[in-house]
Design a protein around this ligand. Structure first.
Ligand code: NI
Length: 167
């Protein structure tokens, strides 16, 4: 396994639209294993392939608390439907380290997705899980949570990132 390089906002590659996964092969399993290692290494709760510069429609999440066993879930070719209600939560992102801002999302969602074997699943969820899935799914469409914030905040965050990742 190996740690992958996480792209940082405002890297333009974070705005690329990912394409559908068609091959459920060893290469895909390796990518997911590397993504999981990378997410845990950064103490994240979610990571989309887009963030490691792979434009494929998949992301992983693990919402387990520190004292709970791992709940690593792989969402491949996810489709969100039946969005109900609104919830505002403080969001952060491994591509925008140190920034946490409130974003409004659907409170409850239904998601169709495939697992690593290509098997189809459907879940309905709410709260933090629903927020996390909507956040990660956005990455696959080239959207970062910062895009929902005011222009003023976006500029402030861009400056902050420039300082943080000075080359
Ligand atoms: Ni993110």
């Amino acid at each position: 396994m190996s740690l992958l390089n996480i792209l940082h906002y405002p890297d333009e590659r974070l705005h690329l639209k990912a394409s559908v996964v068609t091959e459920f092969d060893a290469k895909l399993k390796q990518l997911v294993a590397d993504m999981a290692e990378t997410m845990y290494d950064s103490n994240g709760i979610g990571l989309a392939a887009t963030q490691v510069n792979v434009q494929k429609r998949l992301f992983i999440t693990d919402l387990a608390k520190n004292d709970e066993p791992s709940q690593l879930t792989v969402y491949i070719n996810p489709v969100i439907r039946n969005k109900i209600g609104e919830i505002k939560g403080e969001e952060g992102c491994l591509s925008v380290p140190g920034v946490f801002e409130p974003v409004i999302r659907a409170e409850q969602i239904t998601v169709d997705y495939q697992d690593l074997d290509g098997k189809l699943h459907t879940i309905t969820c709410s709260g933090l899980k629903a927020i996390c899935i909507q956040h990660e799914n956005d990455h696959l469409d080239g959207k970062v949570f910062v895009d929902y914030l005011s222009g003023l905040k976006q500029n402030f965050i861009k400056k902050k990132m420039k300082k943080l990742f000075k080359k």
